[in-house]
Design a protein around this ligand. Structure first.
Ligand code: GTP
Ligand code: MG
Length: 435
């Protein structure tokens, strides 16, 4: 599997870069000030753990799996009456539970106390525990995805926080109809990195596990990197030494191949993120290093492939609103982002004409897909100049809005969504983006 990648040299370069900028009159130079903000954002990305969402139908075994992975019964697994917001497990030196909201300050308890946090009716709960694995990954237990009252919140967490997903399906009724529907709501960017955990494998009668897995492989296997059986409660009992031969039960539980696959995928996520940051550093920060009176010259950022270096230098930052179509056309060609978005919009319009999009809900879903697919296109286009950073932010915001709109009783959802798409199109066309 290899160790979890730690891009220490990039982190050192960025820290020195930020320190050097703090000590100069960089504030007077908008390009340097901008670069400092970008270096800080890169640092945050390089130092952040990979965020793994654990989702699935109610009682599928999500919390049991998360508890097993940290080796501690942190999240309750009894049936409950109240809906449960997303619970994020992350590393902390000592126990700490936080009730969080999207729009107000969080409330912190200096102990492990999910019940106390829940009593505050938060949008999200975060639990800090001193567990080694959480230094590299966050585990996010998403409950009640199928509950209308909690779904928007869970999808919001998925779209804003998750890097990858473990979907739990119960082996006794694998991939129920409702799961297909819920899976369809998961943002595409998250769906791309997914493992299917087939829980309660120990409940299947002898001889039925293999055909169940084969069937799942045929039907939904293509959507997942791996489809792996799990007997989570057996692994838990083995871990607690509650059985005569814990090692035998542990080995049969499937937890080791699962952990391996999960960490391999997390490592892939981390490597891809490091690569993106490296390319951006080479493109945006390297030219600025010369301008800095660094006491100790940092080594140049790692050089990616030749194509990246051959790119034109970043144009000076300019406001997105100030440019005209004319200005954009003066660049000689449409930006890759605009081209990608136009293609998405053309497909959207074609679906409208063909009658594929017939209802309000279809329109909204298609609009969400267009925006989410475009965000994927943007990621594939690669690093963008700092002046184009607004594109991703703007489309992320639009994605959030479209997700939340599903749960509003707005009569004119399609019109609102159409207006939003039009605004995005106009923004891109008029910006003269070079990305
Ligand atoms: N036999 C068996 N029981 C399991 C397994 N995984 C979970 N369970 C049991 O299934 C029940 C539900 O598990 P949870 O972990 O609470 O499931 P959840 O998906 O978090 O449920 P909600 O939060 O209520 O949606 C509990 O009684 C667990 O002990 C498994 O692999 N095998
Ligand atoms: Mg649970």
């Amino acid at each position: 599997m290899g160790g979890f990648p730690r891009p220490q040299s990039e982190i050192d370069i960025l820290r020195r870069f930020v320190r050097a900028l703090e000590g100069t009159g960089a504030q007077a130079n908008p390009a340097l000030e901008n670069a400092k903000g970008q270096a800080e954002a890169y640092l945050a990305r390089l130092e952040a753990p990979v965020r793994i969402a654990v989702a699935g139908l109610s009682r599928a075994g999500k919390s049991s799996l998360v508890n097993l992975l940290v080796g501690e019964a942190v999240i309750p697994t009894q049936p409950r009456r109240a809906v449960m917001p997303a619970v994020i497990l992350r590393h902390a030196e000592s126990y700490r539970t936080t009730a969080g909201w999207w729009d107000r300050e969080e409330k912190v308890f200096d102990r492990l106390d999910i019940a106390a946090a829940m009593a505050e009716a938060p949008d999200i709960v975060s639990v800090g525990i001193d567990c080694e694995v959480l230094r590299d990954v966050w585990l996010m237990d998403l409950s009640d995805l199928e509950e209308s009252g909690a779904q928007a919140n869970a999808l919001f967490v998925l779209s804003r926080l998750a890097d990858m997903i473990v979907w739990c399906t119960n082996a006794e009724e694998p991939w129920a109809e409702e799961e297909s529907h819920l899976w369809g709501l998961v943002p595409k960017a998250v769906q791309r990195r997914a493992i299917l955990a087939v829980t309660h494998a120990d409940h299947l009668p002898a001889g039925t596990l293999t055909p169940t897995l084969e069937q799942l492989g045929k039907t939904v296997g293509a959507a997942f990197r791996k489809v792996l059986p799990l007997a989570t409660t057996d692994a838990w009992r083995a871990l607690q030494g509650e059985v005569a031969k814990p090692e035998v039960l542990w080995a049969a539980s499937g937890i080791e191949p699962f952990m391996l696959a999960m960490m391999e995928m997390a490592i892939d996520c981390r490597k891809a993120e490091i690569e993106r940051v490296r390319r951006s550093m080479a493109q945006h920060l390297e030219p600025l290093l010369d301008q800095l009176p660094l006491e100790q010259a940092p080594p140049p950022p790692p050089v990616p492939d030749g194509a990246e270096l051959a790119r034109a230098p970043e144009p000076p930052p300019q406001s997105a609103a100030g440019k005209t179509d004319e200005a954009a056309s003066q660049t000689g060609r449409a930006s890759p982002a605009l081209t990608a978005w136009k293609a998405r919009m053309a497909a959207f319009v074609a679906a409208l004409h063909s009658g594929e999009i017939a209802e309000d809900e279809d329109f909204l879903t298609a609009a969400q897909d267009a925006v989410s697919d475009f965000l994927g296109d943007l990621a594939a286009i690669g690093p963008v100049p700092a002046s184009d950073a607004w594109i991703e932010e703007e489309f992320q915001r639009a994605q959030d809005l479209l997700i939340l709109m599903q749960y509003e009783s707005d009569e004119a959802k399609s019109e609102t969504a159409a207006l939003l798409l039009a605004q995005l199109t106009e923004g891109l066309a008029h910006s003269g983006a070079s990305a």
